[in-house]
Design a protein around this ligand. Structure first.
Ligand SMILES: N[C@@H](CCC(=O)N[C@@H](CS)C(=O)NCC(=O)O)C(=O)O
Length: 198
């Protein structure tokens, strides 16, 4: 059984939501980051970065939220969280899945810290550029791949929910509000919220 190391009010929410989307049982191991448990020698063997989330699947151990999303989607194809190899939607799926940590995350942090970096040097360009591109991608909807919901929506929807609704780090836009409402209406999202709330 998959074992998820997680903490409340953290990026772990993405992986909780994802695992709830699979509908399969999994084990949760609480690593409460407010206690410093993520820096214990035992946990550092699982993720040397000393951060949550992390996932253990038998002999396989991995960290990094987007990598866990990709792994679970492939490990459980019956959950249909990723277009299959050879499906024309797979390219865009991968693009959006990588966009979450590569562009959405730094854009949110840049908006929050007001850090100034020339857009030609920043891998994500600028906060405005990232959010304009995301807004445009959501124009047709309901999901990033149109009618197909995927792990990329979990990664991006969760990140945007974190930044806009939970921590109010960035202002919303009408397209983001509609998207986040659709995410929040999913039973798996709601179950993850209940778990995360303790
Ligand atoms: N790149 C990692 C980042 C994980 C991360 O930053 N986790 C935070 C919680 S949101 C954490 O564990 N912080 C505790 C610490 O650094 O001590 C991912 O995407 O999973």
């Amino acid at each position: 059984m998959l074992k998820l190391y997680w903490s409340p009010r953290s990026r772990s929410f993405t992986t909780l939501w994802l695992l709830e989307e699979t509908g399969q049982p999994y084990e949760r191991v609480l690593i409460d980051i407010s206690t410093g448990a993520q820096k214990s020698p035992e946990y550092l063997k699982i993720n040397p970065m000393g951060k949550v989330p992390a996932l253990v699947d038998g002999d396989v151990t991995l960290a990094e939220t987007a990598a866990i999303c990709a792994y679970v989607a492939e490990r459980m194809p019956e959950a249909k969280l990723a277009p299959a190899l050879g499906d024309a939607k797979r390219g865009k799926y991968l693009q959006w899945l990588f966009f979450a940590p590569s562009c959405i995350e730094p854009a949110i942090l840049q908006a929050y810290t007001k850090l100034e970096i020339p857009s030609s040097s920043a891998a994500w360009g600028s906060t405005a550029q990232v959010f304009d591109v995301l807004e445009q991608a959501l124009e047709t909807g309901p999901w990033l791949l149109g009618e197909t919901f995927s792990a990329a929506d979990v990664a991006i929807g969760s990140g945007m929910n974190f930044a806009i609704r939970m921590f109010k780090m960035v202002p919303s836009r009408p397209a983001f509000d509609r998207y986040l409402d659709r995410c929040a209406a999913r039973p798996a999202f709601q179950r993850a919220e209940t778990i995360a709330a303790g």
